[in-house]
Design a binder for this molecule. Structure first.
Ligand SMILES: [Zn+2]
Length: 143
């Protein structure tokens, strides 16, 4: 197969984008204060995390905000050595899935430990962080 002719460039691109958060504003405001809240469907009672404006189980848009416990157990993890372009400035990092005490599974970076120390079932907790741009986000840390 013949390759399409292209003009090649080695310039870097900076991406600027906005993520709409109007429907999950309570979550981001709480996270900025170091608290975790999420959505609970008023129709069927399903608790979602990350928060969902519309219930993934029954489709209802009627939800309330409930406090989310931050204790978790490590389910599985991976060590990301070859980072995607948007994280090229980061050192290799660990992505983990943790199961909260209410049974919800959460995907997040795991900080404050090394890959050698990880064992499925070990205790972790969610912690709020702030990016260089001032955006709140969350990570797991060992409990
Ligand atoms: Zn529902």
């Amino acid at each position: 197969m013949q390759e399409e002719p292209t003009l090649k460039s080695r310039r870097s691109l900076t991406l600027r984008f906005g993520i709409p958060i109007a429907k999950t504003r309570e979550f981001w405001d709480a996270l900025r204060d170091g608290r975790f809240v999420t959505t609970k469907c008023k129709s069927c009672g399903k608790i979602s995390f990350p928060p969902q404006a519309d219930c993934p189980r029954c489709g209802s848009g009627d939800h309330e905000w409930v406090a989310l416990g931050t204790e978790a157990k490590l389910v599985t993890y991976t060590h990301v050595m070859v980072t995607p372009a948007s994280f090229v400035e980061n050192d290799p990092y660990i992505i983990a899935i943790g199961e909260l005490t209410n049974g919800l599974k959460v995907l997040a970076w795991l900080e404050g430990t090394t890959i050698e120390k990880l064992k499925p079932g070990m205790g972790m907790r969610l912690e709020a962080r702030q990016s260089r741009e001032g955006n709140p986000y969350y990570v797991f840390v060992p409990a």
